[in-house]
Design a protein around this ligand. Structure first.
Ligand SMILES: [Zn+2]
Ligand SMILES: [Zn+2]
Length: 235
């Protein structure tokens, strides 16, 4: 997507969060933390897309060469429209949940996902605070499932963009959340619990977009707001 659109959306989030944050603070403080996350934003806007394209290329080439008469499960012409976007969202969110729950909060936490948790504030730009290789791994696994189904790369890129915007929102300090909404969807109030230093809290609310996975896996934490909780990593 055009860089100017990314910048405009980022600017809107910066000022809306400043105006409506549940942790009122100075603009200087907001700028300080934004600048601290900028290297993550720069690296993660450039490196993962580049590496993911390489993975996609080698993977599709490999499938086409090794499986005689390789065919997509569904014809690509049928893989358009809002229905498939929703299906894509559900699949990618589920894979993201499973990796987050078992892999990044298990064996690979120290090397990958702890980067996302070691900030003492959680703001919209925390959506960029990731080890780039975690993003490459997660996204590549999702695409490896999408490709044989026939989901085209354009739809995959659209999903990544929507995911980024949802991540901006869910990492923001906007006091948004309601038990009714959280029956189905992750909100900023819901996700910030996952960023608490308390190990019990950190091992809950793994969902990215939908909360149903946490409900099914019994990792849903319906604690009320965390205004005075310390955020960061428990390690
Ligand atoms: Zn996490
Ligand atoms: Zn997070």
């Amino acid at each position: 997507m055009d860089l100017s659109i990314y910048l405009s959306i980022a600017l809107v989030f910066f000022f809306i969060e400043h105006r409506f944050s549940y942790r009122p603070t100075s603009l200087k403080n907001r700028l300080y933390y934004l600048v601290r996350d900028l290297p993550f934003a720069l690296v993660n806007l450039l490196l993962p897309p580049f590496l993911i394209k390489k993975v996609i290329f080698f993977y599709s080439d490999f499938l086409n060469k090794t499986i005689p008469n390789f065919n997509f499960l569904f014809p690509r012409e049928e893989m358009n429209g809002i229905g498939i976007l929703v299906v894509g969202f559900v699949i990618s969110d589920f894979i993201g949940f499973i990796l987050h729950r078992y892999l990044y909060h298990g064996v690979l936490f120290k090397y990958f996902h702890s980067v996302h948790h070691n900030g003492d504030v959680v703001r919209w730009h925390s959506a960029y605070r990731f080890n780039p290789f975690e993003l490459v791994l997660t996204t590549s696994i999702i695409y490896m499932l999408f490709y044989p189904i026939g989901i085209p790369p354009e739809l995959f890129y659209k999903l990544s963009l929507y995911n980024l915007l949802i991540n901006y929102l869910n990492h923001s300090e906007l006091p948004l959340g309601h038990p009714l909404i959280e029956k189905f969807f992750v909100t900023p109030n819901y996700h910030v619990i996952h960023h608490s230093v308390e190990p019990g809290d950190q091992r809950s609310n793994f969902g990215g977009v939908f909360t149903i996975w946490d409900t099914i896996w019994k990792t849903k934490n319906e604690k009320k707001f965390l205004l005075n909780k310390k955020l960061g990593t428990s390690l």
